[in-house]
Write a protein that binds this ligand. Structure first.
Ligand code: CP
Length: 311
């Protein structure tokens, strides 16, 4: 593996999940592997879990870690080819990526969708800019269209809690006051295609995800019906995709409640808005896996860094 940019970079999901579960039993087993190596974490957006779990994963492997909040501390970057840089941007990605590559062995990047321009977001100019011009491997810590470290942690969590050969797993849209990107849902959908499961996506009409990702999958607009007899329900808001980045519905009936959850395990990537996305009783109840999902972010990041170091 040269880079970890999307779920497509996972060549054997069950194998990676098993290896991550082994790492979890003895996180510092490969402490020598990263000795003398450095990972540079570049954040163009806020984070709690991704920043600390990726840092912890690198430390478990014996790596040094450098962190930069690029969004408010770095020079504003230019991505266009041949641009006359006489406006707001100070440095071109061509120099920035090459310079950063000299200071570290792996670069990890978080750069969310702007939700203003679908075409520009889907071009992934930050992630692909670093991929194109850096001379070291790149890790996606959530880009415009994907959050593959989160989806890998979710696969580990499902594996640890699943007792069925073929569980029913539901991805449910939830209301949210702010416009949120599609990245977590997209990567979860891509990851589910690699799982042996009955997978159902539920959202209000008009809230379809990118149909090139959901083609052929079961989509049910009746949340209660979709969630019947589910083993795992993954709840996530995303903004409108066709009316790109708009919040056109905040129907509180879509909030996850104990009644809708039934006997299923509750999953969410966090951070989550209590009593908007999910009721307190669900989040505080015994069926919630959210803290374990966050814990597994460390082992998801660690398996990715380990595979890049092995390369
Ligand atoms: N789930 C997740 O990526 O959390 P942070 O945004 O806090 O990193």
């Amino acid at each position: 593996m040269k880079n970890y940019l999307s779920i497509k970079d996972i060549d054997d999901l069950p194998g990676w999940v098993q290896e991550a579960k082994q790492l979890k039993k003895n996180p510092t087993a490969h402490k020598d592997m990263g000795s003398g190596k450095t990972v540079c974490l570049l954040f163009f957006n806020n984070s709690l879990r991704t920043r600390l779990s990726t840092q912890k994963a690198a430390m478990n492997l014996g790596m040094e870690v450098m962190v930069m909040n690029f969004g408010n501390e770095g020079w504003a970057l230019e991505y266009g080819d041949g641009t006359i840089m006489d406006s707001g941007t100070s440095e071109h990605i061509k120099e920035a990526a090459k310079v950063v590559s000299q200071y570290c062995d792996i670069v990890a990047i978080r750069a969310f969708a702007t939700l203003k321009d679908k075409e520009k977001d889907e071009a992934e100019e930050v992630l692909n800019g670093f991929k194109n011009y850096a001379s070291v491997p790149i890790v996606n810590m959530e880009s415009s269209v994907g959050h593959p470290l989160q989806a890998l942690a979710d696969a580990i969590t499902i594996s640890e809690n699943n007792i069925k050969k073929r569980p029913k797993i539901v991805l449910s849209w939830a209301p949210h006051p702010k416009a949120l990107p599609h990245a977590v849902a997209n990567s979860f959908v891509e990851m589910m295609r690699l799982q042996d499961a009955e997978f159902v996506i539920t959202h209000p009409e008009g809230y379809d995800l990118n149909t090139s990702l959901t083609k052929g999958l079961t989509i049910e607009n009746d949340q209660k019906k979709a969630c019947e007899d589910a083993d795992f329900i993954y709840v996530k808001n995303w903004s409108n995709y066709s009316d790109y980045g708009k919040v056109v519905l905040q129907d509180p009936k879509w909030m996850m409640t104990e009644d809708t959850l039934g006997d299923a395990k509750f999953m969410h990537c966090l951070p989550v808005r209590r009593n908007v996305v999910v009721a307190d009783a669900v989040l505080d109840g015994g069926q919630s896996l959210v803290i374990e999902q966050a814990n597994n972010r460390t082992y998801a990041a660690q398996i990715v860094l380990k595979k890049l170091l092995e390369n």
